[in-house]
Structure formats: structure tokens, C-alpha cells
Design a protein around this ligand. Sequence first.
Ligand code: ZN
Length: 230
Amino acid sequence: MMAGNYDLQHLIDNNARWAARVVKNDPGFFRRLVAQQAPEYLWIGCADSRVPANEVVDLAPGELFVHRNVANVVTHSDVNCQSVIQFAVDVLKIKHIMVVGHYGCSGVRAALTCQRVNGVADHWLGHVRDVACRHQPLIDLEPDEAHRFSLLCELNVLEQALNVCSSLTVQDAWARGQPLTVHGWIYGLGDGLVRHLDVAVSGPTDLGKLRERAVRGIGEARRTHTNRPD
Ligand code: ZN
């Protein structure tokens, strides 16, 4: 314990006030959470400080299982993310997994423009550069850099959601008939709103065909400016 002028004391003080406020509104709140957690949702989102998972969907502690990393990437070799998915599905029996990207994502921008941060993050963002390569012809149809950037944010959500669908944990859950839906969402930093990218997969499906349909839907929504910031 540090005495005196601990430089994060303001956060400890914030915490004490928050806990007191919660107990004032609901005296049994923390005691109930100690007994068990039973969230219905797993949020896989970007680590960006402007996209706080619980606040965005207005859920309390205990209601949302969360995994976040730079640019909301899901890969089969990432034991961290795959462990979260497995625990959420096999142990907590969550019913929905939302992959949540956001417009204005620095990681996606770096992947699109091949900016380097000169470190391990460059390797990590290779997964987003792969998404850009896969959809380069579509990205090239966009009229300018801002539109290409927003489109890649959306396509990255789609591809990472498909990676969740093809994970062994999710495939096994569907094979045994466990109710589980994978969703693709994108969040607007400028308006605080979540958009559903018309990706909601509830069982084994042809992921190639799903990708084609979803990409067509994303292209159509962008052409008609349906509920999109750019
Ligand atoms: Zn981001």
C-alpha cells in the first residue's frame, strides 16, 4: 500500500463513490454478483477508449462478457480470444456474440494506409490488411479516402464475425444444438449509435455465401446512405 500522494488516488476515490452509488440504488447488487455471473452476451470489440462495451449497450456489471483488442480482430491462433469464446459458450452458455467494430478505428486506418507504428501492433494489424486485400476491388470503388476507411471498418467486422462463426467452439455448439447467434455491429463515435450490419448467424451455414450476401448488403447500404455516417 502506498500512503499519501498516490497519483491514481482520484480513480480509487471515483471507484468508492461509484460502489456507494450502486449500493444506494440496490443494496444487494454486489452480493448477488459474487454468487454468480450469468451474462447472455459476449462482446468482442476494439480496445479504443471511446467504445466502452457496457456503457454503449447500457448494461450493468454481470450482464456482458467482454473481449477487446486492437481493431476487434478474431483469429484462430489467438489463444486469448479463443479462450474467451470457449469460456463464454461452453461454461457461461451465452446466447449471443457481437463483434463490434467502430468507424474511425485507428487500427483499421493504419491497415488501410500501411502506416507503421514500428512494433508488434504492425504484425497484429496484418489481419486487417488481409481483409483489405480480400476486398480491394470493392474498396477501390469508393470515391475517396474517408469512404474507403469507413468501408474497411465495416468489412473488418464482417470478416471477424465470420471467423467467430468458423471457430471450433462455435461450430461444436451449433452441432449439439446449443442456441447461439453471432452478430456483426459497427458503432459511430460521432453519434454514439450502433448499426447492425445485417450479419446474424444462428447455425451452420455456407460462410462463403454468407460473405457474398453480406458484402452485397454493405455495398447497397453505402450506396443508399442507409443509416451510415459517410
Ligand atoms: Zn478501433
